[in-house]
Ligand binder design. Sequence first.
Ligand code: HEC
Length: 110
Amino acid sequence: MKYALIILSCVGLAAPTFAEGDIYMGQKRFTICRTCHGTDGMGLESVGTPRLAGQKPYYLKRQLLNFQSGARGKTPGDDFGKMMRPMAMTLPDEQAIDDVIAYIQTLSAD
Ligand code: HEC
């Protein structure tokens, strides 16, 4: 019993930090994203955007933070990254990032 509790608390610790993402707020934020990433978040070849739907939340978050910090989207010649960087800037704080990712998770994964 004692061990079961320890295991359960470890599972709790490993849970993603996105649980608090607000899907409704995320949906509103995703309105602008749709124009480039497609209504279903599957990416649009005509714009050169990647698929977001079905992508791992921790990875999406890392990339959004990378665009915000300039680790992506600032290098000369990174024309696609430069398209995305100002879009990441429309997400004012970590809550906004978690919200939009919570919504992306509701989109089709296949
Ligand atoms: C003006 C068009 C445009 C809009 C609007 C846009 N994006 Fe992007 N996004 C791009 C492009 C182009 C890339 C690919 C950049 C590259 O090749 O490095 C990208 C890449 C990404 C990536 C990285 C994916 C990966 O696999 O590395 C994420 C995450 C992302 N966008 C999320 C969003 C979110 C969330 C929004 C809405 C807030 C949004 N994008 C709005 C054009 C856009």
